[in-house]
Design a protein around this ligand. Structure first.
Ligand code: MRU
Length: 359
């Protein structure tokens, strides 16, 4: 996607160096960071310089590639995977990418691993872009159908950031939005702020503004009201892990949006690249590990002061502890459709689109 006049991916290789955008600094500062070591790659994922399930997977793949430059031995490969798998627990793309790197690199002689690792990481990044573009094409058909039934812009609510910043390019939830915008379909996007880390306010809003798409930032609690008053035509969210039966784990608050959508007859779609499917799990509520992050993310907000300084402000009494579960699970029964790179499936019919995947 474009940042100003320049095309960016969220992770790329330049002169052999792996580069990312430090997403903790957006929307106020655009800072590119080079990842030189395995430790830096792990920190980038753990501290959310990069985030979003597909980008976590791609960064982990490049993290293994970086590690192979320093120590391509079997022990080095095992250490790289063991270090990276611990960074964040919920997005299954992390496990998927590390298993894929181990599968490709394991049989090779150590001397061949560094080159092969960089090549496979680049392929994983390119595959992500192609997957998301295909999700965009399938989602576009849904938006086009809604546009055909109603006058005025199609109003889409989204939660968190499942945009190009959360993937290598296009985004998952935003891919149909970008494709529809490019096709000239009038849109309006309701952007949930997504407390506590405000990925909606900081990242999705930045993406929408940068792409010239009509949008408005709303507090997380506004969605139900807007749906009751027929101000939302559809919801599209991303996911960090979707189970074989279609339970959807995504950023905390997604479940409440799904309940509100269900109560108001608003279609609730999930954009879903296949590496985000956990074929080993059925019951998402019981089985998906939910990341518990620092309470400081709840007790503080980050923003820009009138003098331009970016800072954190405490919003609660110092004596008040905070709990911070980062994800929740929306049961499959609340999901209208899963928009994958192979087409749109009812939640229970996901396996039909992927007969080649292990159950
Ligand atoms: O904690 P984050 O910012 O990594 O959470 C991101 C999300 O919940 C996204 O919706 C999800 O990863 C899908 S990204 C295409």
């Amino acid at each position: 996607m474009k940042v100003g006049q320049d095309h960016y991916r969220s992770i790329w290789v330049e002169g052999g160096a792996v580069r990312i955008i430090d997403q903790t600094r957006l929307p106020h500062e655009f800072i590119v960071v080079t990842l030189d070591t395995l430790g830096q790659a792990a920190t980038a994922i753990r501290d959310m310089w990069v985030r979003g399930a597909p980008l976590i997977g791609a960064t982990a793949a490049y993290g293994v590639a970086i590690a192979m430059r320093d120590d391509p031995s079997d022990a080095g490969l095992a250490r790289a995977c063991a270090t990276l798998i611990k960074t964040r627990p919920t997005a299954v793309n992390l496990r998927w990418a590390l298993e894929e790197m181990a599968r490709v690199l394991g049989p090779l002689a150590p001397s061949a691993r560094a080159g092969a690792a960089m090549a496979r990481a680049a392929e994983i990044a390119d595959e992500d872009v192609a997957i998301n573009a295909a999700i965009g094409d399938h989602g576009l058909q849904i938006i086009r159908a809604i546009a055909g039934r109603k006058g005025g812009p199609v109003r889409i609510l989204t939660h968190c950031n499942a945009g190009w910043l959360a993937t290598v390019d296009w985004g998952t939830a935003t891919a149909p939005i970008y494709k529809a915008h490019q096709a000239g379909i009038p849109l309006h996007v309701w952007v949930d702020e997504t407390r506590p880390r405000n990925q909606g306010a900081h990242l999705t809003a930045w993406e929408m503004a940068g792409s010239g798409i009509s949008h408005a930032l709303i507090v997380d609690n506004a969605g139900g009201h807007l749906m009751q008053h027929k101000e939302v035509d559809m919801v599209i969210v991303g996911t960090d892990r979707t189970t074989a039966r279609g339970d959807v784990c995504n950023k905390i608050g997604t479940y409440l949006k799904a309940l509100a959508a269900h109560d108001n007859g608003v279609p609730f779609y999930v954009a879903l690249p296949s590496p985000t499917i956990d074929w080993h799990l059925e019951d998402g509520v019981a089985g998906v590990p939910i990341e518990e992050r620092s309470g400081d993310e709840v007790s503080f907000v980050q923003g820009k002061l009138p003098d331009g300084t970016v800072t954190r402000l405490r919003i609660s009494p110092e004596a008040t502890p905070a709990a911070n579960p980062a994800f929740d699970v929306t049961p499959a029964r609340l999901v209208t459709g899963l928009i994958t790179e192979r087409g749109v499936a009812a939640p229970g019919a996901l396996a039909g689109l992927f007969p080649d995947h292990p159950r």
